[in-house]
Design a protein around this ligand. Structure first.
Ligand SMILES: Cc1cc2nc3c(=O)[nH]c(=O)nc-3n(C[C@H](O)[C@H](O)[C@H](O)COP(=O)(O)OP(=O)(O)OC[C@H]3O[C@@H](n4cnc5c(N)ncnc54)[C@H](O)[C@@H]3O)c2cc1C
Length: 428
């Protein structure tokens, strides 16, 4: 009997896990599973992966992340860190935060915290390219670039040859290919299509701010210190970037009102540099903008559930957070590490790795940390946005007072550098 090739469906491709979203979090998760021996599919909408030789230009890319030492250990575990370090990463050993409305100021140092570095500022393209290198030629990984999910079919609604299948779900791609796995993971970012297909609700909190991002050159060297000023509740960060030994570059993130973001975006580069230098009290001298202002509306989101049978959310698909403490991708990488730990553990002992009992352990281990961080960012925004004279005085006294308390600062530093709770083995 002949089949009509124009209507024949492609054969179902079976995997042990399917990951949708090849951003930093999805790709790290893919590397963890593949390196443990699992057969994984990675589906990414962008047409092609980014390679390390194209990850950097003479000027740093506008999107950077402050990566904690805990995230660094995870990236080292999957083998990405050496290539990142050889490409371009900037360690920071100092951190200064001050209230531009008063005299409150607090400074942290790696020396006081008893650690080698407080973190690294890394262009997202560098992290992603190094992670891509770990998965692209891996024999356990099949990549589907330029592909998006068209439908998610659950075990109880999908019939194969007339029989109901019981283990796993199907992902139908926009080109008609059908993938099947016991576990499907949404790592497709804050506007996750897969989360919507799974009908998982999200609590959204519009922070009424936009992040304005650009790269600048400053008259004074950054000296390996990350700096942030709270200006009328609008945090302005100068994150250090070292380009071929030149310590005069910084990545700017100014979380400000949408109206002010409009104004900043309309400025010429000269005027933008001047506005940034002035707002920053010229701590690093005169500022020259090397790029235009890019902007991102800031909405905190938290999915009501992270898991369903055979399904999990990680990274920004599960939660998105205000960037003022530089925690977003660090939280996402911890999701990836914890989910991988639970799933690989179940898979290695022959237990059903996509079942709710396994996935719930991941949700229990991650939800509290993510919720606490989201709540803290909201609290900071309220505290630093207040014009109440009593609150302003308290916050300034609080910051300066805390600055004298080295043991308390050490505790804060451990939190900020990601040393919280029971860390997965891959991050210890
Ligand atoms: C201004 C700013 C500054 C920040 N600074 C920091 C910082 O200093 N430190 C920090 O930790 N975090 C920071 N963050 C947060 C950080 O950028 C995010 O948390 C992180 O990028 C989330 O990674 P992800 O892989 O979960 O999602 P994304 O980076 O959003 O990746 C999602 C991936 O899924 C793909 N995708 C989307 N839809 C589909 C689809 N339908 N089908 C297939 N693929 C799809 C996308 O192409 C993308 O590759 C910052 C955020 C902003 C806005």
């Amino acid at each position: 009997m002949q089949t009509d090739s124009s209507t024949a469906k492609p054969p179902v491709e079976h995997f042990e896990a399917i990951i949708v979203g090849g951003g930093m979090v999805g790709t790290a998760f893919c590397a963890l599973l593949a390196q443990a021996g699992m057969k994984v599919a990675l589906v990414e909408a962008r047409p092609a992966p980014i390679s390390l030789d194209k990850a950097t230009g003479p000027l740093p890319a506008p999107r950077v992340s402050a990566l904690t030492p805990v995230s660094q250990r995870l990236l080292a575990h999957v083998g990405a860190w050496p290539a990142m370090q050889a490409t371009r990463v900037t360690p920071y050993r100092g951190m200064q935060v001050w209230d531009a409305e008063g005299s409150g100021e607090i400074a942290f140092s790696a020396y006081e915290a008893g650690v080698a570095v407080l973190g690294h500022i890394v262009e997202n393209t560098v992290t992603l390219a190094a992670l891509n290198r770990q998965v692209l030629d891996h024999p356990n990984v099949t990549t589907f670039f330029g592909a998006s999910p068209q439908a998610l079919q659950r075990a109880n609604s999908h019939a194969v040859n007339g029989n109901r299948a019981t283990s796993g779900d199907w992902l139908i791609l926009d080109d008609g290919r059908q993938l099947h796995a016991s576990l499907i993971v949404a790592a497709d970012g804050a506007h996750s299509v897969l989360r919507e297909m799974a009908d998982i609700e999200v609590a959204s909190d519009d922070m009424q701010q936009h992040a304005v991002v650009t790269t600048v050159q400053c008259a004074k060297p950054h000296g390996g210190t990350a700096r942030q000023a709270f200006i009328d509740g609008r945090p302005l960060a100068f994150l250090p970037l070292t380009v071929e030994g030149n310590e005069h570059y910084c990545s700017i993130v100014w979380s400000t009102t949408p109206e002010h973001a409009d104004e900043l975006s309309a400025l010429s580069r000269d005027a933008l540099g001047e506005a940034l230098g002035e707002a920053f009290g010229h701590r690093l001298g005169d500022v020259t903008a090397c790029d235009k202002a890019h902007r991102f509306p800031l909405v905190q989101r938290h999915a009501r559930h992270y898991v369903q049978p055979h399904f999990a959310l990680v990274g920004d698909a599960a939660h998105s957070i205000h960037p003022l403490a530089g925690q977003g991708v660090n939280l996402g990488l911890m999701d990836a590490a914890v989910l991988a730990e639970e799933v690989v553990h179940a898979w290695q002992r022959g237990a059903p790795w996509g079942e709710l009992s396994t996935l719930r352990r991941y949700e229990r281990r991650r939800r509290f940390d993510n919720s606490a961080m989201l709540g803290l960012m909201k609290g900071f925004k309220v505290l630093f946005g207040s014009h109440d004279p009593a609150l302003t005085m308290m916050r300034n006294l609080g910051m300066s007072g805390m600055n004298q308390l080295v043991p308390l600062k050490r505790v804060l530093m451990r939190q900020a550098t990601g040393e919280r709770g029971r860390l997965p083995l891959t991050c210890r």
